[in-house]
Every structure is written in structure tokens, then in C-alpha cells.
Design a protein around this ligand. Structure first.
Ligand code: SAT
Ligand code: MN
Length: 583
């Protein structure tokens, strides 16, 4: 196969001339192609078969032990002007970056197959969808891309029609952390990634395209590419509100997207529909509302902690036809991780399990599965027009200070609330875990341009005629003095979403505070919940002195972005600080 689109064919020819593969395979996305790849990987040891009785079609990939997460310190945005990448990104001059990468790619596919993967991010017929082509020498990447994107013939046809696509060149190289770089060239819609096979570094449709490059495209085309789940909440009357929520990696986006309503809610007829668990592209529709699609077709979820208690829908999704990465296995060869019943026999590196070596599954072990296997997969997720968003939610891991939920006064205040977001770090990225870091809109590792320009872009949606979603902030991770979580989380988070929907529908008064609107006493339904009044008070308390210090810290953070930070956000912060001082 080849392409009749000259620009595509020329780029593939150039990549082949540089990397010198033994053969080139254009991926058609068929079942037969997938099965052949699996067979080949079983032979090379890239995949290990799991128990096919209990887990039909499931396989395990063990990565190199030094290649288990995204590497933000090796990830660059290469714009002509350094300032355009902003202080939120590592920057390299494009010419220097190309030279460096081409040096690494030189001859790197000798003796190997080069796969050409045309893919579409979003429903194939959606005007909100965008396409790309990834070139890789990794069959593991091809198999994962097939699950995570609409890959193959239909995508190629759309690319040939539109004549524009994101170019992603990838090689696993030697998997040497010293020879590993993830480079983005937003001005050329191009990505070059070398030396890692891990999801966020190697499945280029995901973070590299659907967030870093897409955020850049979105800025110039008037839409938003966000690190958000999308969930539909259907009330007993059969009306569904769609909510988009941004949390940093490994803070429970997948769990919220697949939430199971608490017992009483189920009885009353509440339903939850999963549209997406990680990425959301939104654009104003003719009626002024924001319409969202999930650009992905699958879930690349964190395995540890996924259990019948925390996320039964995820567990049901991954019972078959799933690729597991860096999980442990039981004595009868079933996938295993911390949080599941039973016990591990081999750890994620394939060694006999020994607690002295740490957890059996890597803390960032993952599953890759088609979204269609999720019991709550929304029929609307395939809708070309997307779903209308009623509320946007920001949140992070904040053990203290930040209440369970509050609502921003208006859009501009909401942009400040998202901009000020902070969270304790997790295992999804290399580095220390459990340190508070500011992570505006959960986009710190993913915004492909200057954060100041990004906030300005967000503010620009507030226009006459716009019917914008309400903006909320949540914190499921608040701890009491005993160090235990105050809020049960998981399914009970629906109680908080219900309050948000009541606010959207004008059915809850709330209480105004300097930081925003909180649920008034009695507005949050707590029946059936083992939560004492003191815990609820603490969860909904605004500690003014603590927030004054927080406001000062946020001010310092906003100043890091210099002149490009819109004055409007400083003004919004002044308003909050003023209200706190007067409180
Ligand atoms: O970066 S990944 O997509 O591999 C996982 C994450 O951090 O969300
Ligand atoms: Mn993510």
C-alpha cells in the first residue's frame, strides 16, 4: 500500500530514507492485521499470553524497567520563538531539535519493519475530529494505537480528502534514557519521539497529538483541547447532563467517568454514561453551548487500585481483549495488581514476587482496552456533533484547605480557579510522588504553548451569545487530622455532581463565600452515607486565613508567566483576595 496524497507519501519516503527499515507496512486497522501483530509479538516476547480461559484475548507487555512513565524533563516544545512555548514547557530551537532527532533516527530501523499508522482522533465523520499519521517501528505501539484511535483505511481516506494531518515519527530506539526525547513542532504539526515505548511517549495520537499539538491547533481555530474526562449523568426523569472534568494523571478521571451510582440513586433511576476518560475536545456550537467529543477510542487506564470496589465498570471492560502493561500475574497466569483479591506469583518484571522488591504491579501499570467494552459506554460518544457540556470541573489531590466542592462566580473566575489548580504528584510521571505542584487545568505537561496565551484563549470564549458551562472545583482527597480521607469518593461523588446539576438547573441556592459558591446546609444529599456532621462541616469549610496564604501563592504562580498572563486573571485574584480580607 501507499498513499496517493503526495505530501504523505513524500514524508513516509523521507522517514524511510532516514531510518532505513527492512520493510514498510501501511496499517489498515483490520482484525487480521491485529491478530498477526499479536502472534508476532508472542514469538518475540514483546507480549506474553495471559490465562485465556479467564481472560480471552488478553496479553501482557513487560516494558524495560527504565521505561515506565512519561518523561517530562525529556519532552520539548520546539517553536521558532522560545517565548511561544512558555515557561510551562521545555524548549529547544527547531533546527537544533531536528538535527538531534535525525541523528538518533539515522538507520534506527535497520532490519526492522516500519509501520505507517493513519489514525483519526474522534468519530471518523466528526467535524471536530482531526487526523494524524504515526510512523513507528514498534508493533506494541501499532496494537495500542488500534485500540486507542480510529486507525486504518477510513482515517487514510479522510487524510487524503483533507490533505492535512499531524506527522508523528517514533522509534523505540535502544530504550536508553540517555537517548530519549519527545519533541513537538506545533508550527509544522509534527512530533518526533525516540527511545521510549511507554504510552504517553510513544502512542503519539494521545498526549503528543490530542493535547500538545491539538491545543496549539485549537488556539488558532477557536476550540479547546483539554485533559478532561467526559461523563453523562442521567437523572430519573431521563434528562442527561454532560460534565467535563480535568484532574492530573492518576487522580481518578477513569473512575469518575465510569462511576456507579450509590444504591439509593440506582433505585431512583440515576444512570451514568461514559463518553471519555482522559481527553476532551470542545467547541462552541450554533446555540452558543460548548460541544465536546472524546478524540480517543479506548482507555489507557491505571491498573493498580482498579477493583470491584473502586471501578467495576473498568474491571468488566478489561475481562477480555485487553493489553496489560507492567502488571503482575497470579500462579494461574491471570493479570494482578494491588487492590485485587488473590496474590501475585510474578511481579511486573517477571520475577518471583518478593515484597522486598516493592509492589508486585508497577504503580503506573496500565491496561489498554476498546471503549466499546465499557458497560456504561455512551451511545452519544460516537456522535459526530459531540455532546453539550453543562459543567466543567477542575480538581486535584489536596489533602488540606480545599473544600469538597465550590462553584466559580462566572467564566473568568472559573478560568482563575482552573489556572490555580494544584495537586500532589503521582506515579504517572517520573519524579517525586506526593509533592504539591501547580498544574493549571491539569495541562501542565500537555499545553503545547505559553500558559499565558492559553488562559487568554480560555477567556476569549466569554462572548455575547455564549451559553458557557458553569465551572466548579472539587477535591475528593481532603484528609482529616487522623490522616484519613474525609470523603468516601468513588460512587458517592455522584452526590456532588447532583448538586452541580441542581446549580446548573437553578435548583440549588448555595452559599456565597469569598472563594465561590458552596452547597448550603442540606443541599448535598448524604443519606446512606457514613459521614458524621463534623466531617461534612470540615469538607465544606472555607478557612479564610489558609485561603489568604493560598491566594498569595497563586499570585506568585501567575506572575511566573510574565507579560503574557492576562491582566484579567490578576484582577480576578485581587477580587478573591479582597473578599477574603473583608470576610
Ligand atoms: O501519559 S499517558 O497517557 O501515558 C498516561 C497519563 O499520564 O495520563
Ligand atoms: Mn491523562
Amino acid at each position: 500500500m501507499a498513499s496517493k496524497l503526495e505530501a504523505l507519501q513524500r514524508w513516509v519516503d523521507e522517514a524511510a530514507a532516514l531510518t532505513r527499515p527492512a520493510r514498510i507496512h501501511w496499517c489498515d486497522g483490520s482484525d487480521a492485521e491485529y491478530q498477526a501483530l499479536v502472534q508476532q509479538m508472542l514469538q518475540t516476547g514483546d507480549l506474553v499470553e495471559l490465562n485465556q480461559q479467564t481472560h480471552p484475548g488478553c496479553y501482557l507487555h513487560r516494558s524495560s524497567p527504565s521505561d515506565v512513565a512519561r518523561v517530562e524533563h525529556l519532552t520539548f516544545v520546539c517553536t521558532k520563538e522560545r517565548e511561544d512555548a512558555g515557561p510551562n514547557n521545555h524548549w529547544m530551537d527547531p533546527a537544533e531539535a531536528h538535527a538531534k532527532m535525525d541523528g538518533l533516527f539515522d538507520g534506527c530501523m535497520e532490519g526492522r519493519t516500519m509501520y505507517v499508522i493513519p489514525y483519526c482522533m474522534g468519530p471518523i465523520d466528526s467535524p471536530l475530529a482531526r487526523c494524524g499519521v504515526e510512523i513507528t517501528d514498534s508493533p506494541y505501539v501499532v496494537a495500542n494505537m488500534r485500540t486507542m484511535t480510529r486507525m486504518g483505511a477510513a482515517a487514510l481516506a479522510r487524510i487524503e480528502r483533507e490533505e492535512t494531518f499531524v506527522k508523528g515519527l517514533h522509534s523505540t530506539g535502544e530504550l536508553d534514557p540517555e537517548r530519549r526525547f519527545i519533541m513537538h513542532f506545533p508550527e509544522d504539526l509534527a512530533i518526533k519521539s525516540y527511545g521510549s515505548g511507554y504510552g504517553g511517549n510513544a502512542l503519539l495520537g494521545k498526549k503528543c497529538h490530542a493535547l500538545r499539538i491539538a491545543s496549539w491547533q485549537a488556539k488558532s481555530e477557536g476550540w479547546l483541547a483539554e485533559h478532561m474526562l467526559i461523563v453523562g449523568i442521567e437523572n430519573p426523569q431521563g434528562q442527561t447532563h454532560y460534565i467535563a472534568a480535568a484532574f492530573p494523571s492518576a487522580c481518578g478521571k477513569t473512575n469518575l467517568a465510569m462511576l456507579i451510582p450509590p444504591e439509593g440513586y440506582r433505585r431512583d433511576g440515576w444512570k451514568v454514561w461514559t463518553v471519555g476518560d482522559d481527553i476532551c475536545w470542545m467547541r462552541p456550537g450554533a446555540d452558543g453551548r460548548l460541544y465536546a467529543i472524546n478524540p480517543e477510542a479506548g482507555f489507557f487506564g491505571v491498573a493498580p487500585g482498579t477493583s470491584a470496589g473502586s471501578n467495576p465498570n473498568a474491571l468488566a471492560s478489561i475481562a477480555r481483549d485487553t493489553i496489560f502493561t507492567n502488571v503482575a500475574v497470579t500462579a494461574d497466569n491471570q493479570p494482578w495488581w494491588e487492590g485485587l483479591p488473590g496474590e501475585p506469583a510474578l511481579d511486573w518484571q517477571g520475577r518471583a514476587y518478593d515484597p522486598a522488591n516493592g509492589p508486585a504491579a508497577h504503580p503506573n501499570a496500565r491496561f489498554t482496552v476498546s471503549a466499546k467494552q465499557c458497560p456504561t459506554w455512551s451511545p452519544k460518544a460516537e456522535d459526530a456533533q459531540g455532546v453539550p457540556i453543562s459543567a466543567i470541573v477542575f480538581g486535584g489531590r489536596r489533602p488540606s484547605l480545599v473544600p469538597l466542592v465550590f462553584e466559580a462566580r462566572d467564566w473568568a473566575h472559573g478560568v482563575l480557579v482552573g489556572g490555580a489548580m494544584g495537586s500532589e504528584t503521582t506515579a504517572a510521571a517520573t519524579g517525586a510522588v506526593g509533592v504539591l505542584r501547580r498544574d493549571s487545568m491539569a495541562m501542565k505537561p500537555f499545553c503545547g504553548y505559553h500558559y499565558g496565551d492559553y488562559f487568554k484563549h480560555w477567556l476569549s470564549f466569554d462572548q455575547p451569545g455564549a451559553q458557557l458551562p458553569k465551572i466548579f472545583h472539587v477535591n475528593w482527597f481532603r484528609k482529616g487530622k487522623d490522616g484519613k480521607f474525609l470523603w468516601p469518593g468513588f460512587g458517592d461523588n455522584l452526590r456532588v455532581l447532583e448538586w452541580m446539576i441542581a446549580r446548573v438547573e437553578g435548583k440549588a441556592a448555595g452559599v456565597d463565600t469569598p472563594i465561590g459558591t458552596l452547597p448550603a446546609r442540606g443541599e448535598l444529599r448524604t443519606e446512606g452515607l457514613a459521614l458524621d456532621a463534623a466531617a461534612l462541616d470540615e469538607l465544606l469549610h472555607v478557612d479564610e486565613a489558609g485561603w489568604q496564604a493560598e491566594a498569595a501563592a497563586i499570585g506568585g504562580y501567575l506572575s511566573e508567566f510574565g507579560q503574557r498572563m492576562p491582566q484579567r486573571l490578576h484582577d480576578e485574584l485581587q477580587r478573591v483576595a479582597g473578599a477574603l480580607a473583608g470576610a
